[in-house]
Ligand binder design. Structure first.
Ligand SMILES: *[C@@H]1O[C@H](CO)[C@@H](O)[C@H](O)[C@H]1NC(C)=O
Ligand SMILES: *[C@@H]1O[C@H](CO)[C@@H](O)[C@H](O)[C@H]1NC(C)=O
Length: 410
């Protein structure tokens, strides 16, 4: 009985002992776990930068993936369009590569366009004080503009342009190319006239025109336009007008709409892509085929949508970004860029003035004289930069770009 009563007690004691032991072991495990966690935590906290870096990297990795997807879609859609555009005709691999390259270069320009800082800080300051000086001193600005209005070029040099047969090839009767620097088309059975209303615009090098300023094509000159694009090996076209402004047609639709294709004389043009960057501008890629020899090329067109005739772009920041994209797109290609608006003089002249000045500065020029540069442009085409607000806009947008460059240098 005693034994029998003791045994259960003993058993109970044993059980209690086991439970206590178990609890102690659990507590020990918990404490060790806590210590290890604490150690790991402290250790990790010791390198917070790494942790942040990793988070940053992860975020940008997903951005990169999105971006790459976007590029792939872009390339894929371009490829299918390319095949579309080529239906009935055989595309060589070289062609395909060419088009894909074109697409890639478009795809890489999807992000914000950074300033390129080829200028040193002292040049930036010189330029900024010149611009500030002119912009603040309205009197001087007015005087310079009035002097520009009096600036006359010998108009008798526009003889070819004013021949009766060529009058109908001009959009306006008062803006014509001078003979000495007009773009001459090669003649062919389909175009026996070498005339197009377009002028080479040079900076210093008389052998390498930097731009071709031309009128917005009119319905009977679309084929001439594409012939010029082909013959001058143009890769970039800058359009600074809309097709219609204040209900007046100021430029003929010279490209196919909605990803179609169309023939203009000896040239078949396919719209490969169209990208609206913002409300202010759109970029289109064309696939251009010479029907006579089956050779193909790509052409990129940048159209600025919010720059009224005789006026200025409403958003300088977007305009400057537009110019940077264009510069990057054709930089180093060695062929001129076509710049046109309605007459190839007012807005085209203003664009060229700004771009030419920024290019001179990035090549190290320290001398700037905007009025003299306008005269230099007017020696090459009538009415380049048409209004005082355009003159002022050129000054202020150059100042803004140089200011951005300066900020990037700091
Ligand atoms: C060239 O085009 C401009 C603008 O459209 C026009 O004013 C001018 O008369 C044209 N000149 C010639 C010779 O075609
Ligand atoms: C044009 O682009 C090139 C290449 O990106 C750059 O080096 C140069 O500074 C740019 N020029 C201007 C005037 O923006």
């Amino acid at each position: 009985m005693e034994h029998s009563t003791e045994t259960p007690i003993d058993d109970e004691d044993n059980d209690e002992l086991h439970i206590t032991l178990l609890i102690w072991i659990m507590v020990a495990v918990l404490v060790i776990t806590a210590l290890v966690s604490l150690f790991v935590f402290v250790f990790k906290k010791g390198k917070p930068d790494n942790k942040e870096d990793m988070v940053g990297l992860l975020a940008s990795e997903s951005d990169i993936t999105d971006y790459e997807d976007l590029c792939r879609q872009h390339v894929a859609s371009k490829k299918s369009e390319m095949v579309d555009g080529a239906s009935g005709k055989i595309i060589t691999i070289g062609d395909a590569e060419q088009v894909t390259e074109g697409l890639d270069s478009v795809a890489t320009s999807w992000s914000h366009e950074p300033v390129t800082a080829d200028m040193d800080i002292s040049t930036c300051h010189v330029v900024l004080s010149y611009m500030e000086d002119h912009l603040k001193n309205k009197d001087r600005l007015m005087k310079e503009w009035e002097a520009l209005l009096r600036y006359k070029v010998d108009r008798s040099s526009g003889l070819v342009a004013s021949r009766a047969v060529n009058i109908r090839l001009n959009r306006y009767s008062d803006t014509f190319p001078y003979d000495h620097n007009r773009v001459v088309l090669t003649t062919s059975p389909t175009n026996d006239n070498d005339y197009i209303n377009a002028s080479y615009i040079y900076d210093h090098n008389p052998r390498n025109p930097m731009y071709i300023a031309t009128q917005g094509p009119i319905p009977n000159t679309k084929a001439h336009f594409w012939q010029m694009v082909w013959e001058q090996k143009i890769a970039t076209v800058v359009m600074l007008a809309r097709l219609k402004e204040n209900d007046v047609a100021v430029c003929a639709l010279y490209w196919p709409e909605k990803k179609g294709k169309e023939c203009y004389g000896d040239f078949e043009v396919t719209l490969v892509s169209e990208h609206n960057w913002c409300d202010d501008y759109v970029v289109r890629n064309f696939y251009l085929r010479n029907i006579k020899n089956q050779e193909t090329r790509t052409v990129t067109q940048f159209q600025y949508l919010s720059w009224p005739d005789m006026g200025i772009p409403k958003d300088t920041k977007n305009f400057l970004e537009f110019r940077r994209k264009i510069n990057r797109s054709y930089h180093g290609q060695g062929c001129p860029v076509i710049i046109h608006c309605n007459d190839g003089a007012g807005r085209a002249g203003t664009y060229i003035l700004i771009d030419m000045t920024l290019k001179r500065l990035s090549k190290g020029t320290k001398e700037i004289d905007i009025a003299a540069t306008i005269e230099h442009l007017r020696d090459q085409r009538i009415s380049m930069v048409k209004t005082k607000v355009q003159f002022e806009f050129a000054l202020s947008s150059i100042a803004e770009e140089v200011n951005d460059i300066l900020n990037a240098l700091k």
